[in-house]
Design a protein around this ligand. Structure first.
Ligand code: SF4
Length: 711
């Protein structure tokens, strides 16, 4: 057996973008290379050799029997579950591209470019796979635009408004913090490198507070676990801010020097006493008091803002208030701050890749469909559609082109998504690596490469690290990278222009040139396939916010009450920091949470997750309904229903019976499941509303309210 090792990097939708060491093997010099193992390596200082189990098993996906290895076209049957591959037959790439280009041209000619809806999201965060070659095609074709706000949009809008998305505290600096607040984040399942960071910090004496409606293992080990009702984080953060102002625990000098809007924020926070916040969040006043006291006393203290906070009607304001807390309390630079103090949200502005100059087409003002509204958009017919806030549903969609995502599983209002995708008159292309739920709705399925089979340039959003990876092995079967797919479609549609970059290596070079890297960084990137920020190169340490860099706002200050955010929030009826009440009803009183699980990255790797996935419920809620663990249950609301088994967990119980237990009134079915993981082929998204958050037009998955009964 011959083996070789190659460096690579993970561009999946995960914050840390691990650097990888891939071992390939082959049985004879003429045999194809296969992935033997995937390990972490030390190049990325944060990930430092540790990777998750799912990418460690990446060879399983690359060589999966469920891998799509040749183009397949529908030759009959009804679109929907069970259709792929029985209703399909193989075809050549040439014929597949002719079919795709021909149908796109036909729709364009007869209905206009806006009748074409590209549907993509997060299957790769790499710039060579997402956002350049594809965007060039859609802009030149005048296709509808997709607002891709499934995740990070409310938090991103809040961070942009408050600090211009200034990179926050680097995770490696948590070792200097006396107090670490993990708010709506569970690194045991997502962004795993924070676990080691925490261990080191706790060993050095740091205390931890975890805010999570579930008793995750991190929460159970914390000095204080705050378990608010989902969607009430805003009340909690405002009450803490109000308490800080009232007790004069704010850093007046810092506010004066580095912020605007403190008085407007104070007025909003004044409405939320600890007692009122306790009533709304379900958190005892004593715990809120303790939170305030611990946070006030710690020098420095840091807040890690996670993605669990934002997935509801109040998500944007909640994120803004949580980011405001360390600013108000002077936890950045000052007597109560310093290295390791402040907040961490997205680090995407640390080493940003500007795709825009490489696209080769100016932005277009075609109609926009919010990704949360793909279902209603696909269902809107010739007779018009009910107007919907945040999306333009006219004209009807005649062609959908799906890549880098699995909308049949991952989008809210799943019944509408399935109904729309099942339309016989909709031409749907799905470019995929393995046979996902969406493939069953396709007219044409195209085989796509995994990240080990194409080059990729990506910048981490959870740390400060840029990666450039060469292909580790040849594409499996006839799989093709997006760069080839979209360049070929552009050519066949006659949309190519002089000067178009058509190779991924040339594109990578152009994107890197646009990043203004220093000579040391460029050398590191060329020699190792990754590089750190300029500041880390120069000093050996991460940059400290409000010392080494400042908010990326026009005046360099943090804006605690940005008028633009207030105006945006008011467009849907409430102002910035105004609380929108719980949508629970008598018929649907339970909150359904759909958090990430470590075995999936969104829905990626669903083919490797075996068995039925249970609904997890608190024993008190089960007893009220006469339910027992192991029962088959129907989870339902007006949008749909999911059938699965029931598992009971309570935070007071040891071991598995207490693991990740939800607070009473809240039940849990993870996100990213495929139809195969439940009894009726529906997933949590069958129950999730398609309403939008207050800021950023983001998803509101955690506003799902349901009832549960025995099947
Ligand atoms: S999914 Fe996340 S943890 Fe796993 S290898 Fe990729 S970046 Fe690392």
């Amino acid at each position: 057996m011959e083996t070789k090792n190659l460096p690579s990097a993970c561009p999946l939708d995960c914050p840390d973008h691990c650097s990888l060491d891939v071992t390939l093997e082959r049985e004879a010099p003429t045999a194809p290379w296969r992935v033997a193992t995937v390990d972490g390596d030390e190049r990325n200082p944060l990930t430092a050799g540790a990777i998750c189990g799912k990418v460690r098993a990446m060879g399983t996906r690359v060589h999966s029997t469920e891998r799509i290895t040749t183009p397949m076209r529908r030759v009959g049957g009804t679109k929907g579950p069970g259709s792929y591959p029985g209703d399909f037959e193989p075809m050549t790439w040439d014929a597949a591209l002719e079919l795709a280009a021909g149908r796109l041209a036909e729709v364009h000619r007869e209905h206009g470019g806006e009748a074409i809806l590209p549907v993509s999201y997060g299957g790769s965060n790499g710039a060579l796979t997402d956002g350049v070659f594809d965007e060039r095609l859609w802009r030149r074709l005048g296709a509808a635009r997709l607002a891709r706000t499934l995740c990070a949009a409310p938090g991103g809008a809040a961070a942009a408004g408050l600090v211009g998305k200034m990179p926050g505290v680097h995770l490696v600096d948590y070792q200097h913090a006396q107090l670490i607040v993990l708010w709506g984040v569970n690194p045991k399942e997502s962004g795993m490198h924070l676990v080691q960071v925490l261990k080191r910090a706790v060993a050095a004496g740091a205390k931890t507070i975890v805010v999570d409606p579930r008793a995750t293992s991190i929460a159970r080990a914390a000095d204080l676990h705050i378990a608010p009702r989902p969607g009430t984080d805003l009340c909690l953060a405002l009450a803490l801010i109000g308490c800080f102002f009232e007790r004069d625990w704010v850093d007046a000098d810092f506010l004066e020097q580095h912020t605007t809007g403190a008085e407007q924020l104070r007025k909003k926070a004044r409405d939320w006493s600890l007692q009122r916040a306790s009533a709304e969040t379900g958190v005892p006043v004593a715990d809120l008091e303790r939170f305030a006291e611990l946070f006030h006393a710690a020098e420095p203290a840091v807040v890690r803002l996670g993605w669990g906070v934002e997935r509801n009607r109040n998500g944007g304001s909640a994120c803004a208030a949580i980011l405001a807390l360390p600013l108000v309390a002077g936890k950045f630079n000052g007597p109560r701050g310093g290295r390791g103090g402040g907040f961490t949200a997205s680090m995407s502005r640390a080493l940003p890749i500007d795709r825009e100059p490489a696209i080769g087409a100016a932005p277009v003002a075609t109609r926009e469909v919010n990704i949360n509204h793909v279902g209603p958009a696909l269902c809107a017919g010739d007779d018009g559609a009910q107007p919907i806030f945040g999306s333009d549903l006219t004209p009807p969609v005649r062609a959908a082109f799906v890549y880098n995502c699995n909308p049949a599983s991952t989008l809210p209002n799943q019944a509408a998504v399935h109904r729309g995708l099942a339309r016989a008159d909709l031409f749907t292309v799905v470019s995929e690596q393995v046979a996902t739920d969406t493939c069953h709705f396709a007219d044409l399925v195209l085989p796509a490469t995994t990240f080990l089979e194409h080059a990729e340039l990506s910048s981490a959003y959870g740390t400060t690290y840029l990666t450039l990876a060469r292909p580790a092995l040849d594409p499996q079967g006839e799989a093709r990278p997006n760069a080839v797919l979209f360049t070929e479609l552009i050519r066949r549609l006659g949309l190519e222009q002089p000067g178009d970059l058509t190779s991924d290596s040339a594109l990578a070079e152009q994107l890197i040139a646009g990043m203004d890297l220093g000579a040391d960084q460029r050398r590191e990137l060329d020699e190792t396939g990754g590089c750190r920020s300029a500041h880390e190169h120069a000093t050996g340490q991460p940059a400290v916010p409000f010392v080494d860099h400042f908010p990326l706002t026009t005046d360099g200050r943090a804006h605690l009450f940005p008028p633009a955010l207030d105006a945006e929030a008011r467009a849907s009826g409430f102002g910035l920091y105004d609380y929108r009440p719980d949508p629970a009803s008598e018929r649907h009183p339970l909150t359904l949470l759909s958090p990430a699980i470590g075995r999936l990255t969104s829905s990626t790797f669903g083919e490797s997750l075996e068995g039925q996935i249970p609904l997890v419920m608190h024993p008190e809620d089960a007893a009220r309904r006469g339910l027992s663990g192991g029962d088959a249950v129907r989870i339902f609301n007006d949008l749909g229903e999911v059938h699965t088994i029931l598992e009971l967990r309570s935070a007071g119980l040891p071991g598995a019976a207490g693991r990740d237990a939800p607070r009473p009134g809240t039940c849990v079915l993870p996100k990213g499941l495929w139809g195969r993981h439940t009894q009726n082929g529906q997933t949590s998204n069958a129950l999730c509303p398609d309403g939008l958050s207050d800021l950023g037009a983001g998803s509101t998955f955690n506003d799902a309210r349901v009832e549960v009964e025995a099947l």
